[in-house]
Design a protein around this ligand. Sequence first.
Ligand SMILES: Cc1cc2nc3c(=O)[nH]c(=O)nc-3n(C[C@H](O)[C@H](O)[C@H](O)COP(=O)(O)O)c2cc1C
Length: 211
Amino acid sequence: MNKKEIMKSMECAATLFVCSALFFVGGCSRPENVKAEKANPTFLQLAKNRFSVRYYANTPVEQEKIDAILEAARVAPTAKNLQPFHIYVLKSQEALAKINKLSRCAYGAPVVFVVCYDRSKAWTSPFDGNDNSGVMDSSIVGTHMMLEAFEQGLGSCWVKFFNPKEVAAAFDIPGNLTPSFLLDVGYPQKGVAPSKMHSDKRDIKDFVTYR
Ligand SMILES: Cc1cc2nc3c(=O)[nH]c(=O)nc-3n(C[C@H](O)[C@H](O)[C@H](O)COP(=O)(O)O)c2cc1C
């Protein structure tokens, strides 16, 4: 090997060393990736971590967050894409006082969504007579909203404990709309934890039958 060849092979070795070092440093950036994973949980992590919140802080909910929740409602699938739902957003002091009188499960949340379905627009199955898709459609809408609220760092509680007729009358909800459920939303009070019911779930084998 002459001097030129020696220099050339040293150059190659140096390049190889730098490349390996860069690769190693890249490979060591895992803690950041882990953080990113935590910031962007998988759907199952999100579904498992969400829980019903029944104690709310006084902090108001930002309009952008309400908008994001409504956007999640907007894109929900519905039978034949008929989108037979209407949502009342209760956030004024007057409306909140009313809903807290009508349901003990509004829990003083700063925002309560009244999710309604429109019986005159919902899809009617030709197979089971009068049954329409309103409850299903509005429930999928509500599930989107509930999970988006959690994604936004908010707590929520799905509420069925109210008289739909009383709620419709209190908020001038027209006759074609049925209040399907309430969704309480707000920042959870500090230290709020899931109730025992949250983790009391059946095993998959207890509710699945393969044929
Ligand atoms: C259709 C439906 C109706 C519900 N109604 C009420 C209600 O009226 N009041 C209440 O406090 N929670 C209500 N919940 C919340 C459930 O009690 C709660 O989701 C369940 O116990 C599981 O707990 P987790 O949401 O913390 O996982 C309702 C939930 C659903 C899906």
